[in-house]
Write a protein that binds this ligand. Structure first.
Ligand code: 13P
Ligand code: SF4
Length: 337
């Protein structure tokens, strides 16, 4: 059994090896242990809807990217345990330099964030000095530092509309969300060519067949999906938007085109309704985000117990990345979002 006090082992945990060598007593009630650790350490667990059900069930707050950033900005906890992916925990750290921010698995990245390397993006941005840069929150701190305003899927349209109609805009990194906002607002934003591997995997053909088999079902989709999928949707929105829609709608069946984790809250909120995950274009489980699903209840427990791995950041980068996040939070508050 690995010795957690050993410097080498601690370094391995914060590098790419994680908690692989640390054994957990199988008789431990992890839910109770995590509750104990929360109180002991004055910790708050923030979880995204794409986390596995067990993690959602121990979280203090479950939300979409905007809700989680707002919660991270307002928490008075000493420690933030982020059950989500790296850019989300990083955002929490940017907003809370004096709090300890933990992520159960540092390898929980994001394909969309990876599609925009800051050095490459800077070259692109510098070629368009008259454009304002609006960047989707699914990006690194380095990308945020190159941006004017951050947005999420729930406030992107309002943020774009808050700018004068003739303002030139670069939108990065998600080309699908960017194209959707262009369509909704009539703008012609310049789009970075990035995308999310999970939201690009849905099969138009299988969704069409499902709609024929379930004629009363509402088809709902996240705006990170490709345009032909969005064209079929009865409702398009962020994960929180999708959840609310299923609660408020009279429909009894829903075909859901986003990561499958959200179905846990949908089913909990509306036990009498049926939720069908939109199928991917092959037989894999690719509508599960492989990054989000790296976090497990075991890793969450170990991360809280040993306070590792921790998110750290250089202060100049943090300050530069904070500015566009603050603008997003201000504009969102103005619109009551
Ligand atoms: P929202 O949290 O804004 O719904 O976005 C989903 C997502 O892809 C997070 O990675
Ligand atoms: Fe990134 Fe897509 Fe996973 Fe969200 S679902 S974390 S956008 S890879």
């Amino acid at each position: 059994m690995a010795d957690i006090n050993n410097e080498k082992i601690r370094n391995e945990i914060v590098s790419n090896k994680g908690f692989l060598d640390i054994e957990i007593d199988v008789t431990l009630d992890l839910f109770a242990e995590i509750e104990k650790l929360k109180k002991e350490k004055k910790a708050v667990i923030l979880a995204h809807y794409y986390q596995e059900p067990d993690i959602q069930d121990v979280a203090d707050f479950i939300g979409d990217s905007l809700g989680l950033s707002q919660k991270a900005a307002s928490t008075d906890a000493d420690m933030i345990v982020f059950a989500g992916v790296h850019f989300m925990a990083e955002t929490a750290k940017i907003l809370n330099p004096n709090k300890k921010v933990l992520l159960p698995d540092l390898n929980a990245g994001c394909s969309l964030s990876d599609s925009a390397p800051p050095a490459l993006f800077k070259l692109f941005r510098d070629k368009h000095p008259d454009h304002i840069v609006i960047t989707y929150i699914n990006c690194s701190a380095g990308m945020k530092a190159l941006s004017d305003i951050i947005c999420t899927s729930s406030n992107a349209q309002k943020i774009v509309e808050s700018l004068p109609a003739d303002q030139k805009i670069i939108f990065a990194p998600d080309k699908n969300l960017g194209a959707y906002i262009n369509k909704q607002t009539g703008r012609d934003m310049l789009l970075w060519n990035g995308s999310c591997m999970v939201h690009e995997i849905f099969s138009l053909e299988k969704i069409t067949k499902l709609k024929i088999r379930h004629p009363k079902a509402k088809f709902i989709a996240h705006p990170e999906c490709e345009a032909p999928v969005l064209a079929l949707a009865d409702y398009i929105g962020s994960t929180t938007g999708l959840l609310k829609y299923t609660q408020q709608s009279d429909a009894k069946e829903f075909i859901v085109a986003t990561e499958t984790g959200i179905l846990h809250q949908m089913q909990k909120a509306s036990p009498d309704k049926t939720f069908i995950p939109a199928p991917p274009n092959n037989t894999c489980a690719c509508n599960d985000c492989p990054y989000m699903k790296l976090n497990t209840l075991e890793k969450l427990y170990l991360c809280m117990k040993y306070e590792l791995p921790e998110i750290t950041m250089d202060e100049p980068l943090r300050l530069a990345a904070k500015k566009p996040i603050d603008r997003m939070l201000e504009i969102s508050a103005q619109f009551g979002l």
